[in-house]
Design a protein around this ligand. Sequence first.
Ligand code: ARG
Length: 466
Amino acid sequence: MSDDKTSNQMWGGRFASGPAAIMQAINASISFDKALYAQDIQGSLAHCKMLAETGIIAREDQEKIAHGLNTILREIEAGSFEFSDKLEDIHMNVEARLAELIGPAAGRLHTARSRNDQVAVDFRLWTKQECLRVAEALKGLIAAFLERAEEHAATLMPGFTHLQTAQPVTFGHHCMAYVEMFSRDLSRVRDAIERMDESPLGAAALAGTGFPIDRQMTAKALGFREPTRNSLDSVSDRDFALEFLSLSAICATHLSRLAEEIVIWSTPQFGFVRLSDQFSTGSSIMPQKKNPDAAELVRAKTGRINGDLIALLTVMKGLPLTYSKDMQEDKEAVFDAAETLDLMLAAMTGMVRDMTIETAAMKRAAGSGYSTATDLADWLVRELGMPFREAHHVTGRAVAMAESCKLALDRLALADLREIHPGITQDVFSVLSVKNSVNSRTSFGGTAPAEVRKQVRYWKKRLAKA
Ligand code: ARG
C-alpha cells in the first residue's frame, strides 16, 4: 500500500493519499471508542496488578505501568491527550502513549491479553455503568409519577379504549399505569446487569492463555461477580449490548406512549394538562400557540433507539465464532441509544413533575360520552338479576335515548328510564354519576381512589428497596 498521492481516480476521490488512507478511515474506531478511555485504563490497571501478583511481570514494571496509565488518564481528562487515527482505537492509543511515557516496560502490559478480551471487558464495564445510570433515572421518573398519583388519586378523568371515552378513571390511576410500566423497565435493567456481571478479561485472543493468570482476581478488582466461563464466548458475545438496546427500546416505547398522551392532553381540544414553559415552545408565527416540543421529541427519538437495536442485531446476525472486526460496529449504536435514552428520561421526568393538571377539564370530560353506561348495565345485573347480555341491550337503549335528547345519562328522567325497563328505580342514579362509578371500582388494581392510594403505598415501599 502506498501513502503517496496516488489515490485511485475511480474510487479514491475523497481520499488524498491512496488505499492506505482508505484502509485507515474504515478501520479506525478511535473517533467513537475513545469514550471507553476510563474503562480501558481501569481494565489495564487491574490486569497489570494481577500480572505482578502472579509473578508474570516484575513489580517494578507494574509500578511503572500503573504510574503511566494514571498519567494518561489525567491527560485525557484534561483534554491534552492527542488521539490519533493512525493508532486505530483507544487500546492502541493508550498503549502507544504508555510506551512514550515509560519506555520498554509498556510492552509488558499486553502479556496474556489481546485486544479481543480487552475491548470485551471495556465495553461491558461501560454498558454496566450505563445500566446503573438508567436504573437511577427510572427511579426518578417513577418517583415523580408516585407523587402525581398520590396528589391526584381522586381526580376524575375519562379512561379510553380506541381513544374513545370508555369508563371514568382517576388521573392517579392513570399515573400508576406508568409506574407499572417503568418499574418493569427497571427490573429489566436489573436483570440485564445480573447477566452482564461477568468479566471476559483473561480469555485473551480466544483460547485462553498458558500464563498462570488469576481471572478471579481481575474480575473482582473490576467489580464483576465472577469471570466468564468460556474463552470463545467471552470474546464473541455481545448479548449484554443487545440486552441494553432491547431494554432501551422497550423503555423508549413506553416513553413514546406517554409522550403521545401528553401531546394529546395538551391540545386546547382536550386541555387536560398544561406544560410548563420549560418544556414547551411558542410558535414564531402564531402567537396563541404553545407547542409540546419536548414530548414530540421524546416520541420521535424512540425511532433512533429502535434503529440502534436493529443495527446491532443485524451486525451480530450470522457472525461465526469468535471475534470478527464487524463487532467494532457495536459501540456507536449503544453510545447513541444511551445518550438518547438518558435525555428522554430526564425530559420526561421534568415534564411529569412540572405539568399542571387541569382537573376541571378532566372531570368534565370524564362525564361525557356516556362513560357510566357500564355502571348502568352492572346495576341492572346486580339489582334486577338480569343476565349481562340483556342488561347491555337495555343500557344501549338508555344511551340512545340520552343521545337523542342530548343529555348525560344521570340527567335522564326516572320515568323515561322506566319506559325502557320498568324495574329501574331511583337507586340507579347512585351509580350513574362519574364519582360513584369510580368509587365503586374497588377490585384489586381497580381505579377507586382507595385502591390507587393502596398501590401508591405499595410502590413507594418497593421503590425504596429497588
Ligand atoms: N477496536 C476493536 C474493536 O472494537 C478492538 C478489537 C480488535 N481486535 C482485533 N483482533 N482486531 O472491536
